[in-house]
Design a protein around this ligand. Structure first.
Ligand code: G3I
Length: 495
């Protein structure tokens, strides 16, 4: 009898405790409202967002959401949250968006294959982790001894300064050489393989600087992407060419032929023509080459390069074409379709990827890559950088005056999203590789750009002292995580 009474008492006690716990959980769940919103959808894909609003009286110290997609839908990349990879999906906060103040909203997004019309929230909870706990930092395994390029089956490249007179060149800084050789297996000369460097006078080619760089790269088992055979910009066009009075078309063909022949065994791919499009002037940039030859100079260059070296990959390279909905992108397709219709030997399209932190959207980038893939051409991301400050934003410029944790994390998600989009859209055989336009933040060309009014920025993957040792930023881990995620997908899909 006594035992029974005691058991009954214990049962009632447990029941009361459980009811109290349920009240706490329900009220914290109730404080957070979550809404599923389709941002964009097209045949075969979608971009959606989940918006979390804190209706409670206190700031959240972390949150999690679970939701369901239809069986056919599959999320292939996400931003601003840590996501599980399976349906039902779940997402939790990142380090910088774990706190949602009372009355405030935040959101995270994702890109998926299939149809998301069945996207439904299942649970939505804020939790009470004590502030000061940063699980991402503690949980992340150390990748310090891993080489970035080992996570990809396509080239992972870096642009370098290799002008021997430049005190930021790779020859001047051993730490730069060390970091480059550790993490990258392709290299682009930032300057010294442009027209005026290689071909300064009509009858004079200057091979020395490029040959020296290529020797260094090959000794480290790094391959070289050539940049660039034809580019209209400023002093890149040698003065003698501007004033040339002979057969301009033959002269330009010979320029291409001679350079491709010289690097026949040492360069694996070329930006054959750089930035020939101007969407404001009927698609063709009114360059010296266009004026003297007409648009055929582009097809000529591809044909001549191919005739000299049929094995080298030949790219058309441009900027601001990553916005798959923009006028410049429409011009790019017109150019590419014209070349393909005329059987011009083009292998791929280089997207420079001098993007903003918030432009273009992941879905616009995805549709740009998709259109090139649909044409059977390779996609190469040739000059990636992601500044944190956007002079064209509606938010006053500069948006960041230092590399805060939040900025670091935001940039990581952007880099990660770019690489994930690349992996999601471009099939392995069409992946020409990805190249970052410089190693250390302070070396970026963007810091010199007039539009940026001399404000500081941190667009690349490494920070630290200017002469090294360079320190990998969150952005570096974003690229790495995306590449490692790809391994996961490959296994998952039996590829
Ligand atoms: O190396 C000399 C140095 O010795 C000298 O003291 C200094 C004085 O001005 O100039 C240095 O050369 C500069 C060079 O960059 C190396 O830093 C040139 O003046 C400068 O014009 C050059 O700018 C390059 C620009 O193209 C023009 O060629 C940038 O570094 C390079 O990042 C940029 O790259 C282009 C791509 O080729 C095509 N896509 C866009 C991208 C950004 O504009």
């Amino acid at each position: 009898m006594n035992i029974l009474a005691s058991l009954k008492e214990r049962f009632v006690y447990m029941l009361v405790i459980n009811i109290m716990l349920m009240v706490v959980t329900t009220s914290s769940a109730w404080a957070l409202q979550c809404k599923y919103k389709t941002e964009n959808s097209w045949s075969g894909g979608f971009v959606a967002r989940i918006i979390l609003t804190n209706d409670g009286p206190t700031t959240t110290q972390g949150w999690s959401v679970t939701w369901q997609q239809s069986d056919e839908a599959k999320i292939i990349q996400s931003w601003n949250a840590k996501l599980s990879r399976k349906n039902h999906y779940s997402a939790t906060h990142t380090r910088w968006n774990r706190s949602i103040e009372a009355g405030e909203s935040i959101s995270f997004g994702f890109l998926g294959k299939g149809d998301d019309s069945a996207g439904t929230i299942s649970t939505c909870t804020s939790n009470g982790e004590p502030s000061g706990h940063t699980p991402e930092e503690e949980d992340r395994p150390s990748y310090d001894n891993e080489r970035l390029y080992t996570h990809a089956k396509f080239p992972i490249g870096i642009a370098v300064t290799a002008d021997p007179s430049n005190d930021r060149s790779i020859y001047a800084l051993s730490e730069k050489r060390k970091t480059i050789k550790k993490h990258f297996n392709q290299l682009t000369a930032g300057n010294i393989m442009k027209m005026s460097y290689l071909h300064p006078e009509e009858h004079q080619y200057n091979w020395d600087d490029a040959d020296k760089l290529i020797r260094w790269a090959h000794a480290k088992k790094i391959r070289v992407h050539g940049h660039t055979l034809i580019w209209h910009s400023g002093y890149q066009v040698p003065e003698w060419m501007t004033n040339y009075s002979g057969d301009f078309e033959e002269m330009l063909n010979d320029h291409v032929r001679t350079i491709v022949r010289h690097f026949k065994r040492s360069v694996v791919s070329w930006d054959v023509v750089n930035e020939a499009i101007d969407e404001n002037t009927n698609c063709w940039r009114n360059s010296l080459f266009y004026q003297r030859i007409g648009p055929e100079y582009i097809a000529n260059a591809f044909q001549v390069a191919h005739d000299v070296n049929p094995k080298v990959d030949l790219y058309y390279n441009d900027y601001s074409t990553e916005d798959g909905n923009g006028a410049k992108f429409a011009c790019l397709l017109e150019l590419v379709d014209g070349l393909l219709a005329d059987n011009v030997p083009i292998d791929g399209v280089g997207f420079q990827m001098h993007v903003q932190i918030d432009w273009p959207s992941a879905s616009a980038i995805a549709s740009a890559f998709q259109a090139i893939v649909d044409r059977g051409l390779k996609v190469k991301l040739t000059e990636i950088d992601v500044p944190l400050n956007n002079p064209w934003s509606s938010v006053p410029f500069p948006q960041y005056t230092s590399l805060t944790d939040a900025a670091d994390e935001r940039q990581k998600q952007r880099y990660k999203s770019i690489v994930e989009t690349y992996l999601a859209i471009v099939p392995p055989k069409l992946r020409g590789g990805i190249t970052i336009w410089g190693l250390w933040d302070g070396d970026s060309w963007l810091l010199e750009l007039g539009d940026r009014q001399g404000v500081d920025d941190w667009p690349l993957l490494f920070t630290g002292p200017q002469d090294g040792p360079y320190k990998a930023k969150e952005a570096f881990y974003g690229v790495q995580e995306a590449l490692m995620g790809a391994d996961y997908f490959r296994q998952d899909e039996g590829l």
